[in-house]
Design a protein around this ligand. Structure first.
Ligand SMILES: Nc1nc2c(ncn2[C@@H]2O[C@H](COP(=O)(O)OP(=O)(O)OP(=O)(O)O)[C@@H](O)[C@H]2O)c(=O)[nH]1
Ligand SMILES: [Mg+2]
Ligand SMILES: [Zn+2]
Length: 314
């Protein structure tokens, strides 16, 4: 038996796949019981110490003995040590609900994960694509405009993934049917992951992708990029109905375009909702902050304010 450090690339029903990166071997593993007692669940993205029988050609029955230090653990999508979150927003089928997108973005900011916006299906509604691009560029995010059918914007996204984000862990997240798996397959033509259709009746996706899985960029054809990229199951608006990823007083800090105004309001305890002399409300009025983002802020404020102390996760 040997113990080596690896990374969890997949976890379904208590069975994990651990990759030992330098050796390129994948070990089906279970977690030691001690984690359950401590109420810690190993997550995809966790760096772990795994023990296995190295005398076999194909290692099996690994045991995860230890979870190494985590930089963060996101709840949705459930991934540890996530450096970059590609927030995939489709212009149509399904239409993007900016409030849900902003909840996902704020949660990423809270965990110090860099949100990058990918707008998909541009050709279905180019005007809506420019509207979304305007909102997120103004807020200070990197935005990619894409269409998987004619390949627009795909090379730029790939360059970012293997370059800027190429040393870390990245994931696609967004509503079901937004086109996450399609863009994944278009980026890396060697892969043929299953994609789904969007219901004509409801305009919603069908939850085609069922589990989070990390792919080593090295195995996708980029030997100089030691990082990983994950496809994740899409969410529905219900998943983000009640927002409770952090405390109310942290909310303004998780809207990056608010940062330069904080501390400049007339009242020290300004809520930045509608007060006289609020520097953020003024910036919304002058167009420096987009109304759509401030609307999301107000909706999230109301939800966090309402939350009872016993509903808090921490
Ligand atoms: N017109 C158009 N359709 C697209 C584009 N990208 C994806 N689609 C379609 O959108 C539908 C859903 O795509 P998926 O890639 O399965 O969506 P997903 O985000 O992975 O969905 P889940 O796995 O359910 O979360 C498919 O029918 C795709 O063909 C695009 O750029 N343009
Ligand atoms: Mg999918
Ligand atoms: Zn204010």
């Amino acid at each position: 038996m040997v113990e080596k450090n690896g990374i969890i690339i997949k976890g379904v029903g208590g069975l994990y796949t651990v990759l030992i990166p330098d050796e390129g071997i994948y070990i089906p593993s279970r977690a030691r019981g001690i984690f359950r007692h401590k109420d810690i669940t190993p997550q995809v993205g966790d760096r772990v110490a795994v023990e296995y029988d190295d005398s076999k050609d194909v290692p099996s029955d690994g045991v995860i003995n230890d979870i190494l230090d985590r930089r963060n653990v996101l709840i949705r999508p459930p991934i540890a040590n996530l450096d970059t979150l590609f927030v995939v927003l489709s212009v149509s089928k399904p239409v993007t609900i900016t409030e849900t997108a902003d909840k996902l973005i704020a949660a990423a900011e809270h965990y110090s994960t860099e949100p990058i916006i990918i707008i998909t299906k541009k050709n279905l509604d180019p005007d809506e694509a420019s509207r979304l691009e305007g909102i997120y560029k103004k807020a200070g995010f990197t935005v990619f405009l894409t269409d998987s059918h004619d390949g627009e914007g795909i090379d730029e996204v790939r360059d970012y993934i293997i370059g800027t984000a190429g040393n870390g862990i990245s994931a696609f997240a967004g509503a079901s049917g937004a086109g996450k798996t399609t863009i994944f397959n278009t980026l890396f033509p060697g892969l043929t992951l299953k994609t789904g259709t969007v219901s004509h009746k409801t305009g919603r996706g069908r939850h085609t992708t069922r589990a989070v899985e990390l792919y080593p960029l090295r195995e996708l054809g980029y030997p100089d990029s030691p990082g990983f990229l994950a496809d994740t199951p899409g969410f529905s608006a219900l998943d983000f109905l009640h927002f409770d990823f952090f405390e109310l007083d942290e909310l303004p800090l998780n809207f990056r375009e608010f940062n330069r105004y904080i501390g400049e309001c007339k009242y020290k305890k300004c809520t930045h909702l509608c007060e006289d002399g609020c520097s953020i409300v003024k910036a919304v009025e002058s167009g420096d902050i987009s109304l759509s983002r401030h609307d999301s802020y107000r909706a999230m404020y109301a939800e966090l304010k309402q939350r009872k102390p016993w509903e808090r996760k921490n």
